[in-house]
Design a protein around this ligand. Sequence first.
Ligand SMILES: NC(=O)NC(NC(N)=O)C(=O)[O-]
Ligand SMILES: [Zn+2]
Ligand SMILES: [Zn+2]
Length: 502
Amino acid sequence: MDHFLWRILPLLALLSSFLYFYFQNSSKFSHSDCSLLPYNHYWITSKSIVTPRGVISGAVEVKEGNIVSIVKEEDWQGNSKRGHIIDYGEAVVMPGLIDVHAHLDDPGRAEWEGFPSGTKAAAAGGITMLIDMPLNNFPSTVSVETLRLKLEAAEKNIYVDVGFWGGLVPENAFNASSLEALLSAGVLGLKSFMCPSGINDFPMTNASHIKEGLSVLAKFRRPLLVHAEIQQDSENYLEDDANDPRHYSTYLKTRPPSWEEAAIRELLTLSKDTGIGGSAEGAHLHIVHLSDSGSSLQLLKQAKRSGDSVTVETCPHYLAFSAEEIEDGDTRFKCAPPIRNAANREALWKALLEGDIDMLSSDHSPTMPELKLLNEGNFLKAWGGISSLQFVLPVTWSYGQKYGVTLEQLALWWSERPAKLVGKDSKGAIEVGKHADIFVWEPNTDFDLNDDLPIYIKHPSISAYMGTKLSGKVLTTFVRGNLVYKEGKHASAACGSLILAK
Ligand SMILES: NC(=O)NC(NC(N)=O)C(=O)[O-]
Ligand SMILES: [Zn+2]
Ligand SMILES: [Zn+2]
């Protein structure tokens, strides 16, 4: 008998390891791994819940990942509700932020950020869905094959929901079947550059590429996002000693507002066709990261008035910082288009508050610290991109205090309008029937961005926000009812969903 056991032992070992791997890989993560909360059905209560019908005191009922009821406090009292209740007291319950513009650089440059760290940072910042840009990863996401690589890299590595933009580049712009295949495979829309992107396999497009892109997008009723800067001959910039590359003013001169204006002027000749009855009706033009609050903004206002299907975002760094404050050599602040002067920042706030700017996005665009050239401080050679993902909510809130920003405005800029842009009406608000994508925060709690703070972006040292103090501390984040983040702790498994267009 003993002899027999010894003989089958290797076989048993093989069989058990096979079964182990089979179940590991075939089973979805169990609920307890995906959520820090052991319930599928529960109530979130608070004195301040931000809904599209105003801020209410009451309760949100969550069941199997969806919001199934919302009860005001007066109707809740005396009603002995069943199930688990999480009471957040005075803390604010808001719809999860949707960041329509993030570069997570995965696959290919995951050492710059990557899906695991990027989505952990998102969760810790109250972001429940982000849309990943098609460039800075390698290869760029410009075809069905490269999208497949993206999906493989993201699967089981994301702590929040992640959707994808596809790239519109010269190589695919005149190839309608290739673009149609990419859109059919689920990208939420396309993204292109009108100036060099800084990434070799993501070349810039001209007006005829963009026109072609819009005509394909019209059939799918999806948006084109454009980095709107066109290089102009600059009279006021000469490479001489007066233009020290360590001075921010030198960099600022290399990318004047006229670059944004030229691009937007050209784009608006194309977006005319997106209006009702136009040849590209159904397509939509979205200008990313607007920095120029002058002529560019006026042109966009006019286009909207004439019925073009156009929206525009700006980013927290354009609302928080001004050129005057950026110190010599501090390349953490380098991005494109550049952060402009304080008067421009004021005008951006005004445009946002008046509805001329539709929404906000992070444009989180990290790199390796070496490429920021922090020691050399050369603004002309350093990587352009701001690292901010985890902090966009407290930045918007802290710098918005001066302008009387409300909780409802935050929800509009960061959730409702972004959900509309990406075509996901299951997201973007605390409303019955929507996904339970929710975060809870304390707007009045201040925190210092120093080494004691749990920070999840991969390279905190290159973030322009390090060393500052902000208000607005995120306590917990729920994605489709899973409690994915709670005060410095994430769920053990990455159970975010891949968001594809249908
Ligand atoms: N290759 C990039 O990530 N560029 C980004 N860089 C910025 N904004 O400085 C961008 O969105 O244009
Ligand atoms: Zn850009
Ligand atoms: Zn970007």
